[in-house]
Design a protein around this ligand. Structure first.
Ligand code: NAI
Length: 565
């Protein structure tokens, strides 16, 4: 299958010559320009005489990367390389993906957000500040390249676990789009990071004279929603309907309202809500297969009933219905426990989203209430038929030895996913889960955990990270020329990813594939996404399945220089 279709050459921009060409990261090849190209493109004298291959450039860049003392310095180095020569940047990343993805993206990107103003060097993406809201259309037109495929937008309010970073949030769309390119093969010059600068409530930033964002507290309520709407309407006018606009790291109070408002207006999705739900669904499906169970046969218990948990439950509910359960049956299989105990219809403190997952009050009325007078996690485990325990509660150590042993008495292969981030908030440590269940637990975590030694074998722990889903979804949307993102498309992505679980082939392997395999798997996931888009009528029909597979393969950009002309 042809996957390496080079589209990234100075030949695409014949008008760029001399320093202007060397300053353009999308087309610059640096020392790899051949002698003939140097003469033809006005580069003679501007480069040292040695002509390098891409491999030689990668070796040199890797050594420079290793010379840096810490991960933030390595992040700065890679960002500079990205702003100099994107082909080299992506080849380096591809060759060292396991080592470099955490430096380009989480966790190091968190530091890059916090120190954005100190480490800022060159422009990348678009900054759209509230005071300049009358110029949004002009700002969109000022983008560096015409033809865009994917834009990631943030307002910087809920950056990872770091809260409000204001304009510093820009590092997140930049990092995320790097992964869209690295894994999904979205050509780098077709990616557009955007930050909506609506101010910040971060006191430290507001007091800092060097903070590069708008020095103002956040605008709220209708002023906020009107501004976002001005932005979205300008995007719809300026770009074709095949531009994917991905919402990223918006505060919980804004994330779902914005998604609900715009998901039927343009090609858009929220990765924190939908990407998370898809990847956790994938972990559950893979784990169920390894456990020899079907989704819907056992109960699923969530600890924590926040936005992440209800989003995941929504996809599990849909997947159970796909498996033939009625909605009522599926709902009866999902239990939520929050700080006030099990969610039931008699509670008056629940949001609409939580009410939808509340069990009938009469069902749980007679259950034990051993946690401060409430029916807590241990009580629900004792009364139900659990197979899956998912932690999205932010409560470190909430999956105690007693809880885990009680669960492991009820099922042979319990799926236990402490997903709260960062590591200090995880509901349990991976090694404890393996030990307390005598190696029977199938574990996936939110933060990374080292492999666990158990009775002479090494158990690899899957990290339930959205990077397993969103780049592939981007590829599928681009290749299928979809006009809308539906939940069914994300669920199809989660199902397809589950089929590539290494644990299906080797029971001690992780539930999810390693980063190094994701580019290949992305094509399969993209196929599933695109087929669902076609089925739903939100993407044009393509000929045969084979033709669509070829379309996906040629859409997946790979970093290489086209043969010298
Ligand atoms: P949230 O603050 O909206 O929800 C937290 C929930 O936990 C609330 O329902 C709260 O009542 C419950 N809770 C708090 N203390 C509790 C206790 N002692 N016992 C039982 N329940 C308790 O937070 P959100 O956004 O839903 O995120 C939760 C966690 O999930 C975070 O740590 C976040 O980092 C993590 N997360 C992980 C993802 C992944 O692994 N891919 C994706 C999204 C979130």
């Amino acid at each position: 299958m042809p996957t390496d279709t080079p589209t990234h050459a100075s030949d695409d921009h014949p008008h760029l010559t001399g320093m202007a060409l060397l300053d353009e990261p999308a087309y610059n090849r640096g020392t790899a320009f051949t002698e003939a190209q140097r003469t033809a493109l006005g580069l003679d004298g501007l480069l040292p005489p040695m002509v390098e291959s891409l491999d030689q450039q990668v070796n040199r860049a890797y050594k420079a990367f290793r010379r840096k003392d810490d991960n933030l310095e390595r992040h700065i180095y890679l960002r500079q390389l990205q702003d100099t020569n994107e082909t080299l940047f992506y080849r380096l990343l591809l060759d060292h993906v396991e080592e470099m993805a955490p430096v380009v993206y989480t966790p190091t990107v968190g530091q890059a957000c916090e120190q954005f103003s100190e480490i800022y060097r060159r422009p990348r993406g678009l900054f759209i500040p509230y005071p300049q809201r009358d110029k949004i259309a002009q700002m969109l037109r000022n983008r560096p390249h015409r033809d865009m495929a994917v834009s990631v937008v943030t307002d910087g309010e809920r950056i990872l676990g770091l809260g409000d970073q204001g304009v510093g949030g820009m590092s997140i769309p930049i990092g995320k789009l790097s992964l869209y390119t690295l894994i999904g093969g979205i050509p780098p010059e077709k990616t557009l990071p955007i930050v909506l600068d609506v101010g910040t409530n971060n006191e430290e930033r507001l007091r800092d004279p060097e903070y590069l964002g708008w020095h103002h507290e956040r605008i709220e309520d209708s002023a906020y929603y009107d501004f976002v709407d001005q932005f979205v309407q300008a995007v719809k006018k300026e770009f074709p309907e095949t531009l994917l606009l991905q919402w990223e790291d918006f505060a919980t109070k804004h994330a779902r309202p914005l998604l609900e408002r715009y998901q039927d207006q343009l090609l858009t999705f929220n990765d924190d809500i939908q990407g998370t739900a898809a990847v956790v669904l994938s972990c559950v499906l893979a784990g169920m297969t390894v456990a020899g169970k079907k989704l819907g046969e056992q109960d699923i218990i969530f600890l924590g009933a926040g936005s992440a948990a209800t989003g995941v439950a929504g996809y599990l509910l849909a997947a159970m219905q796909d498996n033939g359960l009625s909605e009522k049956e599926a709902r009866s299989r999902i239990f939520f426990v929050d700080i006030n105990g099990v969610l039931h219809t008699g509670r008056t403190d629940l949001s609409d989203e939580q009410q939808a997952f509340a069990q009938p009050a009469e069902r749980v009325a007679s259950w034990p209430k051993t946690i401060r007078g409430h029916t807590g996690l241990a009580d629900v485990i004792s009364q139900s038929n659990p197979g899956v325990l998912i932690g999205l509660s932010t409560v470190a150590g909430a999956f105690t030895e007693d809880i885990v042993r009680a669960l492991a008495r009820k099922t042979e292969r319990p799926l236990i996913f402490p997903l709260s981030n960062p590591t200090s908030r995880a509901e349990a440590k991976a090694e404890d889960l393996v030990r307390w269940t005598d190696g029977r637990a199938l574990v996936a975590t939110g933060s990374p955990f080292a492999p666990v030694e158990h009775e002479g074998r090494k158990v690899t722990i899957a990290q339930c990270n959205n990077v397993l889903i969103f780049p592939a979804v981007g590829l599928g949307l681009r290749a299928s020329r979809a006009r809308r993102v539906t939940d069914a498309m994300l669920i199809a992505a989660g199902r397809e990813l589950a089929r590539h679980s290494p644990a299906l082939r080797d029971p001690t392997a992780a539930l999810l594939p390693p980063l190094g395999e994701l580019r290949d798997i992305a094509r399969e996931v993209a196929f599933a996404v695109g087929r669902e888009a076609q089925r739903a009528g939100v993407a044009p029909e393509v000929g045969s399945e084979d033709e669509f597979r070829v379309q996906i393969a040629v859409s997946q950009w790979a970093p290489s220089y086209p043969a010298a002309t």
